[in-house]
Design a protein around this ligand. Structure first.
Ligand SMILES: [Zn+2]
Length: 167
């Protein structure tokens, strides 16, 4: 059977959620107050068929990895480590957060997710989850994957999608 079509598989489950607090900064001097979302992630993976199993990737593994990534940031305060206007400092078992040099919050360290992103927008969360997923799949020896597309929804009908072609 010779066909020229391409395959992709998607996982969008009710348990791929993270209920987290955040705030984002805008251009200029505007910064949101702390609030939360019930975020939802879904992912599509594109690639060649596994020649023994005839699938792009094992759903069981994909679901488990995605659940793990969501659990890492579930029930946390999401804090950006690369935002020049937001100073996040670990101080023992506490984290202090300042905005443009003015102290704003103190959180228990265990309740925070310190993230290597410049702003906790759904765009940056989608990109971060894509990179985390790609790293996990590589560690597990995934082969033949050509692209990952991640959607993160922060509210009904309000989401960002990040897609990356894999080398
Ligand atoms: Zn928000």
């Amino acid at each position: 059977m010779t066909r020229r079509g391409a395959f992709r598989v998607s996982v969008a489950k009710d348990y791929l959620v993270f209920a987290s607090a955040h705030f984002i900064t805008f251009a200029g001097h505007r910064c949101e107050g702390l609030h939360g979302h019930n975020y939802r992630a879904s992912v599509t993976v594109e690639g060649a068929l596994d020649q023994e199993a005839w699938f792009v990737y094992d759903f069981t593994i994909l679901k488990r990895v995605m659940k793990g990534l969501c659990d890492e940031i579930d029930h946390k305060v999401l804090l950006p480590l690369q935002n020049p206007k937001v100073q996040v400092v670990e101080d023992g078992d506490m984290v202090t957060v300042a905005y443009e040099g003015k102290p704003r919050y103190v959180f228990p360290r265990r309740d925070c997710a310190l993230l290597p992103i410049p702003n906790t927008t759904v765009e940056m969360l989608a990109q971060m989850l894509t990179e985390r997923l790609h790293a996990e799949l590589q560690t597990m020896g995934a082969k033949g994957l050509t692209a990952i597309e991640m959607e993160v929804e922060e509210n009904f009908g309000q989401s960002a999608v990040y897609r990356v072609a894999l080398p």
